[in-house]
Design a binder for this molecule. Structure first.
Ligand code: A3P
Length: 292
């Protein structure tokens, strides 16, 4: 097993996965030319990125909704900092949709134009960690600790791609006035997806007919996505994800951490995050049965 440091590299204070991007490429992002019509989906890993990528693709592409187009999410809403596909971002037609795990301070400078839309999706950190722990089993490049306790301590020390969960979300939240941004949580999407789809449409200025919205909601359900090769990430190159070892769309619920973390481990999370969490302007939900 490699240590966290061996599969990660640090660039301007942030960890990235070796083999998947380079410092030279990241250097180019500061000057990456932003268009007003671009849309950026920002998340910390395992917080609902693929889910929201799918929602964006379904909102913007009728051919995705009616099944006439085969493009998958890696083409539709490609990663800014990880170029999994050979896509010409510069000459891509508008509106360009991008996904990223970048902290606010590494985003292209032009994004602070106050017009380009940014959607940030956050998820409670206990479910994020449990999801991430399983993800490390299928991701060939993230050779993280097999030992649960060690993996947890790395997560709580921010030794993972995109660093510490609370730093990421706090950074974006504190700098919200620099961007044209909305914040959503995985938990509110899970509780009431239709309201969240409408909120996203409203933010994007996209007015879909009621039945189109219903189609987006239906096709963004966990079970439909799991079956949809355009949306389940099983089209990711086999040298990145090993689908024989598990699925990207794993459980898709709130509170799975309760099945895995001991009381002491859960309290350890609280001791690291609770105080700072209470200062954030978001309400997290820790169990599928809890009210938001
Ligand atoms: P679990 O591992 O808890 O199941 P990301 O895309 O940011 O990497 O996040 C992945 C997590 O989002 C996984 O969580 C995955 O199952 C969940 N997810 C993806 N699509 C979903 C959907 N339609 N509904 C609920 N959860 C979804």
């Amino acid at each position: 097993m490699e240590s966290a440091e061996e599969y990660l590299f640090e660039y301007n204070g942030c960890y990235f996965v070796k083999n998947l991007t380079t410092a030279e490429y990241l250097d180019t992002l500061n000057d990456f030319k932003i268009r007003d019509s671009d849309v950026f989906l920002v998340t910390y890993p395992k917080s609902g990125t693929v889910w929201t990528q799918n929602i964006l693709s379904l909102i913007y592409h009728e051919g995705h909704r009616n099944g006439s187009e085969e493009a998958d999410l890696l083409d539709r809403v490609p990663w800014l900092e990880y170029k999994f596909r050979d896509i010409d971002y510069v000459n891509r037609t508008s509106p360009r949709l991008f996904s990223t795990h970048l902290p606010y301070y590494l985003m292209p400078e032009g994004l602070r134009n106050g017009r380009t839309k940014v959607i940030y999706v956050a998820r409670n950190p206990k479910d994020v960690f449990v999801s991430y722990y399983h993800f490390t089993k299928i991701n060939i490049h993230i050779k993280d600790a097999q030992d649960f306790e060690i993996a947890m301590e790395r997560f709580l020390a921010g030794k993972m791609p995109a660093n510490l969960w609370i730093d990421h979300i706090e950074g974006w939240s504190a700098h919200r006035d620099d961007f044209n941004i909305i914040f959503l949580t995985y938990e509110e999407m899970k509780k009431d997806l239709k309201s969240c789809v409408l909120k996203i449409c409203n933010f994007l200025g996209k007015s879909l007919a009621e039945k189109e919205v219903d189609k987006v909601v239906d096709m963004a359900s966990f079970n439909k996505m799991k079956e949809d090769p355009r949306a389940n990430y099983e089209t990711m190159a086999p040298d990145v994800l090993d689908n024989n070892k598990g699925h990207f769309l794993r459980k898709g619920t709130i509170g799975d951490w309760k099945n895995i973390l001991t009381v002491a481990q859960s309290e350890r999370f609280d001791s690291i995050f609770k105080e700072r969490l209470e200062k954030l302007p978001f309400k997290f939900c820790w169990d599928i049965k809890d009210e938001l």
